[in-house]
Design a binder for this molecule. Sequence first.
Ligand SMILES: [Mn+2]
Length: 326
Amino acid sequence: MTVTAQNSEIDLAGAIGLLSAAGSVTVLCHVQPDADTIGSGLALAIVLERKGVPVQVSFAQPDELPESMSELPGTHLLAPAGQVESEVDLLVTVDCGSRGRLGHLADRFDGARTSLVIDHHRSNTRYAEYNLVDDSAESTTAILARLFDEWGVEIDRDIAHCLYAGLVTDTGSFRWVQPGTHLLAERLIDTGIDSAEIARRLLDTHPFGWLPMLASVLGSAQLVPDSAEGLGLVYALLRHEDTIGMRSEEIESVIDIVRTTSEAEVAAVLKETAPGHWSVSLRSKAAVDVSTVAARLGGGGHRFASGYTAEGDSEYVVAALLGALS
Ligand SMILES: [Mn+2]
């Protein structure tokens, strides 16, 4: 297929039609995968495998699945990025707001007969031939739960485990919810999954070294009361040396502490992924749409949670952020 194919919006029934007709499927998750993209990818792959459809799930980087997700059902369907088939009937991306979030696996679009995006990011760029995007959904796994219901797929314990992983993490342990969120959680828990253990593994398990890392990083946090039109910015830097030996689980946890600062509407954590290369997480509480802020800096995301990448020294990256917030 060509990348200039018409980018159609599609509904659940249309997506089911594509999935039902597919002779083979590749499911791609975003780089630096979280539990929503992996939970979505594995749940969909389990369903397709049971229907007899050859399926691979993958993500471009890092090379290994985050340790906290290793107990999810369906990991036997994960393929190393280098082993993802170059030709496939249907390419599906899950929880991935733009083509760039696929990393080098974006080239698999070239060998796909057709493509489908399933996502809930506000900033989604509709980069596939068919796009099932619901930015009101709590998680991509919540969209998949509706898709499975419409498809007549029974959500059993294994599928529920994958869907719950995305739901509990993307809602911040059920802080950011809407009518229906807890009903979905109840349905998933009722299959017999150990919801406490799933949440503990994904969100509340860190090695001891996390504590001194936090002490160092949080100790250097800065408050900029004038930023964001006087609503305030708080930020912290995770320098490359702070991240050595830390898993993504430890690195991604920092923003959840920084964002609790009462004097700041916007929180940022600048993570130095390699010397001079930064991945920036943004959070807001109510008044600021950080998906727009991230978009100004080349990234994207949700209204209250977004991110982007940047290059340069920390002063330069902070100055660019302050500029985008003003
Ligand atoms: Mn998500």
